[in-house]
Design a protein around this ligand. Structure first.
Ligand code: FES
Length: 286
């Protein structure tokens, strides 16, 4: 069978035809069906990933028995440079790890922590999962969207108020459960927690971010900026680790977190040992 460049059409005569996978010389983005505006944008070539970043990438690859395992931290490294994963960043990772760009793209588009359009100086993630939503998370997200929007148009998911990367710019996103239901409703800024939020407190917080301030999170590390946190997520910390640890080792739990365990301790409750022959409880058939 000769190779054909025509677009395959559905029909009975297509069943026996196969098409070769995209090779290294094929621009995967060029053949993707829909290119949403702002996604996987091209960046100016050869300006972002200099020798220092390449050295960090090689260090990451060397941390694993199989270098491809370094892809997740390497994508965070890319975001620490550009504030998102650009097509250039995808090519960089592919080259470093001897992967195809399609393989890297598949990972980037699977995980929500990899951003496909440039992020602001701060990323504000509002939990709109069930518990937070019921306790006010939906109202917080809606209020922030309206507050940060312009020309009567609310800011949408993964959209930015201000110019991405510049001081005071804020990207808004809604998030699934942030594992802090005991403090619902919660939001995060650059993955640091702000507990027991209200729409009013959330507006005060983003206004402070827009002014260039960094209000202290409810617990954990002090607030920095999105790119700095991405470098830490890639596995790179300041040289003086002792000072760094002293800074970030804040309290990570509160009374609410330990309430159940405390009640059990006060009342002498313990979990019964599970016996092998305990039958499963009957459930109603549907
Ligand atoms: S539902 Fe919001 S932190 Fe769990």
């Amino acid at each position: 069978m000769t190779e054909s460049s025509e677009t395959p059409r559905p029909g009975p005569d297509q069943a026996e035809r196969t098409f070769a996978p995209a090779g290294g010389d094929v621009d995967v983005m060029a053949i993707s069906p829909v290119r949403e505006e702002g996604m996987l944008e091209e960046s100016p070539p050869d300006t972002s990933f200099g020798p220092d970043i390449a050295a960090k990438a090689r260090e990451l690859a060397g941390r694993y028995p199989q270098s491809r395992s370094a892809l997740l931290p390497m994508l965070h490294l890319v975001q620490s440079v550009q504030g998102y994963v650009s097509q250039e960043g995808i090519a960089f990772c592919a080259e470093q790890l001897d992967l195809s760009e399609a393989e890297v793209s598949a990972v980037v588009t699977f995980y929500t922590m990899y951003k496909r359009r440039p992020c602001g100086e701060h990323l504000v993630s509002v939990c709109t999962n069930t518990l937070c939503a019921a306790l006010g998370g939906d109202a917080i997200y809606r209020t922030l969207g309206e507050h940060l929007g312009a020309d009567g148009k609310p800011l949408g998911h993964e959209e930015t108020a201000g110019t991405p990367g510049e001081s005071g710019s804020v990207t808004l996103e809604h998030a699934e459960c942030l594992a802090a239901c005991d403090f619902a409703p919660v939001l995060q800024v650059n993955y640091e927690y702000y507990d027991n939020q209200t729409p009013e407190r959330a507006v005060e917080l983003v206004d402070a971010l827009r002014r260039g301030e960094t209000p202290a999170p409810s617990r954990g590390a002090p607030l920095s900026d999105f790119k700095s946190v991405e470098l830490q997520l890639a596995g790179f910390f300041p040289e003086d680790e002792e000072t760094f640890r002293a800074d970030v080792d804040g309290p990570s739990q509160a009374t609410e977190t330990l309430r159940g365990a405390q009640l059990a301790a006060d009342r002498g409750w313990t979990a019964p040992a599970m016996a092998d022959d305990v039958p499963l409880p009957e459930v109603e058939s549907k």
